[in-house]
Design a protein around this ligand. Structure first.
Ligand code: SF4
Ligand SMILES: [Zn+2]
Length: 279
């Protein structure tokens, strides 16, 4: 995204206003969302309507600031949002399990620019007993330290990526993108996913590999599978990578979190997955 793009939004009496909704010239009474200086509306003539700084200064990142403010305003005003599906992801190559299908949620309460300890959060919503931090990404993604802090303090974190939005986006299209699109939204943390994943991992058995002379490192399979070139009842960790029961594979001396001994639990969760996957 280039920084010197035509600015389509200005702050008028503290509210973000599109160029199409204000009088021309200084009568627009708008300020720059980034630097706070006076703007001139140029919405007549042959050039596409836009705001310019009255001082003629070049202001880096004014469009990005406007987009950030606009997205927060839209969510705050609607107090609702489409959220992407919540999926349990595994470090084994196994297919994700859809825990909750994508859906529209309404907030019981919402705050803009909330403080959580040392961290500033774009929007902080409550849905029942769930605490949801919503971060708008225009230029900066949520860093790992912030994500971990929020996760450890019981927040789910939803990131909305607006980095591909262009300066000429009409306000009603931006509203649709922010509220209804799910392709630009991702769960950096979802507490339900975290708990379900932990529960499944606790229910799985960690099987360490053993070294077999001439055969390398092999895993004793509780289902008695025999993998590629392996001894009967033993598999390579690469064989587990394609198995539905492998929830995690890790280490230089590979070990596998295998849930084959608790099939009924997995079946129960997968049944829910099937229900959630059908829309
Ligand atoms: S993950 Fe599959 S192949 Fe690997 S040990 Fe478990 S049941 Fe066997
Ligand atoms: Zn500015």
């Amino acid at each position: 995204m280039t920084n010197f793009v035509k600015l389509k939004y200005g702050l008028r009496e503290g509210k973000l206003s599109h160029i199409s909704s204000v009088p021309n010239g200084l009568a627009c009474e708008c300020l720059c969302p980034k630097c706070g200086s006076k703007l001139v509306a140029k919405n007549m003539g042959t050039l596409a309507a836009h705001f310019a700084h009255n001082s003629n200064a070049e202001c880096l990142g004014a469009f990005e600031s406007a987009l950030h403010i606009a997205a927060k305003e839209i969510i705050f005003n609607h107090k609702a949002l489409m959220i992407p599906p919540v999926k349990i992801k595994f470090r084994s190559g196994r297919e994700d399990i859809v825990l909750i299908a994508e859906r529209y949620i309404k907030f019981d309460s919402i705050l803009v620019e909330a403080q959580v300890d040392e961290f500033r959060i774009d929007l902080l919503a409550n849905v029942g007993e769930h605490k949801l931090a919503i971060e708008i990404c225009v230029t900066h993604k949520v860093d790992d330290r912030k994500r971990r802090h929020l996760q450890n303090n019981g927040f789910s974190v939803l990131e909305i990526d607006l980095s591909s939005c262009t300066y000429d986006l009409a306000p009603e299209i931006l509203e649709k993108i922010v509220l209804n699109d799910v392709s630009n939204k991702s769960w950096l943390v979802n507490q339900k996913e975290v708990k379900a994943h932990e529960f499944l991992m606790r229910s799985a058995k960690t099987i360490k590999s053993k070294v077999f002379r001439g055969k390398g490192k092999l895993i004793e399979c509780p289902l008695g599978f025999t993998g590629s070139n392996a001894i009967k009842g033993f598999v390579r960790f690469t064989d587990c990578a394609g198995c539905n029961y492998a929830l995690g594979i890790s280490g230089i001396n590979p070990e596998v979190n295998c849930i084959a001994g608790n099939k009924s639990l997995l079946a129960k969760i997968e049944k829910q997955h099937l229900k959630n996957s059908v829309r």
